[in-house]
Ligand binder design. Structure first.
Ligand code: SF4
Length: 435
């Protein structure tokens, strides 16, 4: 058994010895991106297990582990970890947990402390918890980011966003069911073996896009639904009760804004801090460089998708930001901040006015920039068909799905009206031609 070593603040460290012997459990958030992250970590020598369980017991475990006014994503992530530790699959004296820490003002920076408290309550405080962050918080001798890992993680975000975007746009129309998922699996299992220079990545983005547009499709009019909201609830099937799958069953095309926007938004934060509040000058400078790097990759992704008129390319970060002018200040940075409002506006501007705004229980920041902005957006864009869906331990899936079905029926009615109007216009044109 590895020796337990603590830092001067009493935090249990993840040591070099543990690195060789321990299994590290990480929670799932984005199904495509996190498969890459799992591979990158394994390649770097960590024995990583990605937790994908959506067992209903997770919510109970969460409720028993944290205070019931804790925001729902924290409750789920901690509940999922406790459930996994209870499963009997792991030697608990050779298991560690890994969790992200954003470093922002929101609770996402503090999940790690709630998790340690929950472990202590159960007498499991010999299990080390590793903070996954690039901001230099909570260092551990047994876990370090190498430049190679960082570059591959960058690739994981860019490739993950592109694969998510392409599969969402092609899958609903494929002639042979399963083609898109087979291609997706192919790329997920082979992409990280490729060279990761900027030049190679650009070529790979082209190759991926070209392969997806080769899938035979049959284009029909489908309801297009945008999904926005708090980052965990928007992306994680555990958080949103498998929302994307439900929408696919309802014969919709789903559009989920990518992770790149959120990462660029985090970099933009510190620059706004410098500009508006005259603080964090050093962080502002580093963030400026990081932002430029990610913006560069986002532009490459957008340019690649734009080559294919049958695909819808996302808008770039600055365009999304400019859309929020007159709605709210860019000083709104807690949670998803102004970006959440911006994503709703971007969807509307790109012709997707059916939007689900996912709202977790206990999340004040995103209630303000999400639910709180819907009335103003509707006032400016009367055709916007937005529904806010609450996710909390007591909300039933049936209730959430019924509310979404109501929104979809409005969307379908609109499509029918448009089709009728088009048919009438065509008939009138034919009559004019005959005369
Ligand atoms: S954004 Fe909301 S849900 Fe996410 S950590 Fe912050 S308070 Fe919790």
């Amino acid at each position: 058994m590895a020796e337990l070593i603590y830092d001067q603040n009493g935090r249990l460290l993840f040591t070099e010895e543990m690195r060789r012997e321990y299994t590290i459990l990480i929670p799932q958030m984005l199904p495509i991106h996190f498969k890459f992250i799992e591979q990158i970590m394994q390649e770097a020598g960590y024995n990583i297990v990605l937790m994908t369980s959506t067992d209903p017991e997770i919510v109970n475990q969460g409720l028993q582990s944290v205070h019931n006014d804790t925001c729902y994503p924290a409750l789920l992530v901690i509940g999922q970890m406790m459930n996994e530790l209870n499963s009997g699959k792991y030697d608990l004296h050779k298991t560690a947990l890994m969790i992200t820490q954003t470093g922002g003002g929101c609770r996402a920076s503090n999940y790690i402390h709630l998790l340690r408290k929950a472990l202590k309550k159960r007498g499991l405080d010999y299990i080390p918890v590793i903070s996954f962050n690039l901001a230099g918080m909570e260092k551990n001798p047994g876990f370090k980011f190498t430049p190679k890992m960082i570059f591959k993680l960058l690739g994981a975000v860019v490739y993950g966003d592109l694969l998510m975007l392409l599969s969402n746009q092609i899958r609903p129309y494929e002639v042979h069911p399963g083609d898109t998922d087979a291609l997706l699996e192919h790329w997920i299992s082979t992409l990280l073996d490729r060279k990761m220079s900027i030049r190679h990545m650009r070529r790979t983005l082209d190759e991926i896009t070209e392969s997806f547009v080769q899938i035979p499709v049959h284009r029909t009019e489908k309801v297009k639904v945008g999904v926005v909201g708090e980052i965990y609830i928007k992306f994680a099937p555990l958080g949103n009760n498998n929302l994307e799958k439900f929408l696919a069953q309802q014969d919709c095309e789903v559009c989920v804004p990518g992770l790149l926007d959120f990462i660029i938004f985090m970099g933009d934060h510190h620059m706004v801090d410098v500009k508006k509040f005259h603080i964090k000058f050093m962080k502002g400078f580093v963030s400026l460089l990081m932002k430029k790097l990610f913006v560069n990759f986002q532009n490459k992704l957008i340019d690649t998708v734009k080559k294919y008129p049958q695909l819808r390319a996302p808008s770039d970060f600055e365009t999304i930001k400019s859309l929020t002018n007159g709605y709210l200040s860019d000083g709104n940075m807690m949670g998803e901040g102004w970006l959440l409002t911006g994503e709703m506006l971007e969807l509307i501007h790109s012709g997707i006015d059916n939007i689900i705004c996912t709202q977790p229980f206990g999340c004040l920041p995103n209630h303000i920039v999400g639910k709180g902005m819907i009335r103003v957006i509707r006032k400016q864009h009367p055709t916007a068909n937005i529904v806010a869906i609450d996710y909390d331990p007591g909300a039933t899936k049936t209730n959430q799905e019924n509310r979404i079905k109501l929104m979809l029926s409005v969307a379908r009615e609109k499509i029918e009206q448009q089709e009728t109007a088009q048919a009438t216009a065509q008939k009138q044109q034919q009559m004019v031609n005959v005369k």
